[in-house]
Write a protein that binds this ligand. Structure first.
Ligand SMILES: [Zn+2]
Ligand SMILES: [Zn+2]
Length: 205
């Protein structure tokens, strides 16, 4: 995703484009907690602020992961709003060709990015905003009970036979049993340590 600066009119410029799953996977790298489920999407609005370009937008994606407590599969949809100011770098500050001239550098505050040349490249910013919003230890439900440390049973399905100090009312146990018996497994076949997602073959342009 990129913006041609000359196309930003007085009312700004709006773009709405997919964020390919392969690109999200590349950013996640090996051993990531999450993986993309299909393409994400980026919707942005760019405005000129003097010579700079202000970009406001939202990146959204459906992601899958393993619950960090009970290891069951979960899917979550993320919608991450972001705002970035791309400051125009003076041409003499770094003479690059027009094609390479879109690579931004971060300033010291990490908020503003630079661009030079006729194009503002957004891929990195869009993807980073999504990736930085992903929790390190996602859970299937906020109160997931996890696995029994002794026998490994998923305690969301009811208590195991292990001696426990936790006292539970019969009603709560019944409710939990009911919930778990009706809750479908969201995804199967995803193992921990799955090799890096293969790139999706795309037809040549
Ligand atoms: Zn869980
Ligand atoms: Zn147990």
């Amino acid at each position: 995703m990129f913006i041609k600066v000359e196309e930003i009119g007085p009312d700004g410029l709006e773009l709405d484009e997919p964020l390919p799953a392969a690109e999200i996977s590349d950013g996640l790298g090996d051993g990531a907690v999450f993986r993309p489920i299909g393409d994400g999407r980026a919707s942005i609005r760019a405005e000129l602020v003097g010579r700079d370009v202000l970009v406001r937008g939202t990146v959204s994606a459906k992601m899958g992961a393993e619950c960090s407590r009970c290891l069951s599969a979960l899917t979550e949809r993320f919608e991450v709003p972001f705002t970035v100011l791309f400051a125009k770098r003076a041409p003499e500050a770094g003479a690059k060709t027009e094609k390479e001239g879109t690579q931004g550098g971060e300033d010291q505050e990490g908020e503003n990015l630079f661009f030079e040349g006729p194009v503002v490249e957004l891929d990195g910013v869009v993807r980073d905003n999504l990736l930085l919003s992903l929790p390190m230890a996602p859970t299937c439900t906020p109160d997931c009970r996890g696995l029994c440390p002794s026998c490994g049973k998923n305690l969301n399905g009811g208590p195991c036979g292990c001696p426990s100090k936790r006292v539970e009312s019969p009603l709560a146990a019944a409710l939990r049993a009911k919930v778990s018996s009706t809750a479908p497994t969201v995804l199967k076949g995803v193992e921990r340590g799955t090799p890096k997602t293969k790139k999706v073959a795309r037809p040549p342009r």
